[in-house]
Design a protein around this ligand. Structure first.
Ligand code: RB5
Length: 165
């Protein structure tokens, strides 16, 4: 599996701790920076990783900023990206099983390295469940392929189903 990784200054320290573990586990890693704790603008990195994932040039993306939130918001603007900010393993698991998340965002100022590694491991190993979740992911992806947010996007699925299934 090929993974593109990026961070800003708020995520630099955590990125440096995670990368060796990903290498040791045999993942092919492309680290596009930053390569020091210099201050930078995280959306530039989120967009680069998001576009590369959406184009299918890598299988997954991992983005790390101070909170994981800015990276996640920016990455989700790219059609085809399904980014999750996961600060614990269950979120990481469910985002894979139900949402087929393809970008993981971590908050370097909110999560310690050991927990972050557990989140990353779960996120990389959990499969997508498909089935009814595929239909829902397709509905999400149809938003970005049809002028997202405009009246022209029609979601015709059934509303009012029981939650959590
Ligand atoms: C940078 O100070 C910080 O705003 C950034 O790393 C991130 O947390 C944004 O969401």
């Amino acid at each position: 599996m090929k993974i593109m990784v990026a961070c800003d200054h708020g995520g630099y320290e955590l990125k440096e701790k995670i990368l060796p573990h990903l290498h040791d586990q045999g993942y092919e890693i492309e680290d596009i920076g930053v390569h020091s704790p210099e201050s930078c603008d995280y959306p530039l990195y989120a967009v680069r990783v998001g576009r590369t994932v959406a184009a299918g040039e890598v299988n997954r993306g991992i983005l790390i900023c101070g909170s994981g939130v800015g990276m996640c918001i920016a990455a989700n603007r790219i059609p085809g990206v399904r980014a999750v900010q996961a600060s614990e393993p269950f979120l990481a698991k469910m985002s894979r099983r139900h949402n087929d998340s393809n970008v993981l965002c971590l908050g370097g100022r909110f999560i310690g390295p050991d927990l972050a590694l557990e989140v990353v491991n779960v996120w990389l190993q959990e499969p997508f469940d498909g089935g009814r979740h595929q239909r829902r992911v397709d509905l999400i992806d149809s938003l970005s392929s049809n002028a997202a947010g405009s009246e022209s996007v029609s979601l015709t699925g059934k509303l009012g189903q029981k939650a959590y299934n």
